[in-house]
Design a protein around this ligand. Structure first.
Ligand SMILES: [Zn+2]
Length: 203
């Protein structure tokens, strides 16, 4: 007998070439920080569940961080667009307190030079080389903010040929213009990123 019900969304089993990539979950980007993403803190407990699953499966966890000099070109005082944020070594640049990164996590610092900004975790970093070295093929990407650093990181990941699972329950947008976050998500899916949420993860 034929049924017309929609097939349930497929379960996702973590595989050997998978890696978790957490983008810029830093104190300055969550409420209370100098460049807070609205409700950015809500993704931390969700990311912790993904971290737990990857760690339990013996799979790698990467975390990027904005890591600026105090006179970085992206700051308003230097003619940039943003308030001062994520100055290297300050509490604002530290990962969000409640983010449970495993000791084995690989930390990738970006936009560390005064004259150069970088939204993507791949821009001017060793991220690609490190992923290639361990044979990672598919990246599960979450973090902040959907419409800036997550978007740029996913663009580069796709251009470099990595599969991307976009963790739609573990991203939040700045939405400087209303709809920026939704447009960024649409662009990432158009680039071949596949959306998923925690309830699809087989553990
Ligand atoms: Zn920055």
């Amino acid at each position: 007998m034929t049924t017309l019900t929609t097939a349930p969304a497929g379960r996702i089993q973590l595989r050997r070439a998978d890696a978790l990539l957490i983008v810029d979950v830093q104190n300055d980007f969550v409420p209370g920080g100098s460049l807070a993403v609205p409700r950015g803190d809500e993704i931390v407990p969700v990311l912790n569940r993904y971290i737990e699953a990857f760690d339990a499966a013996g799979l790698p966890v990467f975390a990027t961080r904005d890591w600026h000099p105090a006179d970085h070109c992206s700051f308003k005082a230097q003619g940039g667009s943003w308030p001062s944020h994520c100055v290297a070594g300050t509490p604002g640049a530290a990962f969000a307190r409640t983010l449970m990164l495993p000791e084995s996590a690989t930390i990738v610092s970006k936009a560390t030079e005064r004259a150069r900004d970088a939204y993507s975790g791949f821009a001017g970093t060793e991220l690609e080389a490190k992923l290639r070295r361990i044979g990672a093929l598919q990246l599960f990407v979450g973090g902040l903010a959907t419409d800036y650093c997550v978007l740029s990181t996913v663009r580069d990941a796709r251009a470099l040929g990595f599969g991307v699972m976009l963790l739609t329950d573990a991203i939040r947008a700045v939405d400087v213009r209303q709809g920026d976050g939704a447009r960024a998500e649409a662009e990432m899916l158009a680039l071949g990123a596949r959306p998923m949420a925690l309830d699809r993860l087989s553990v």
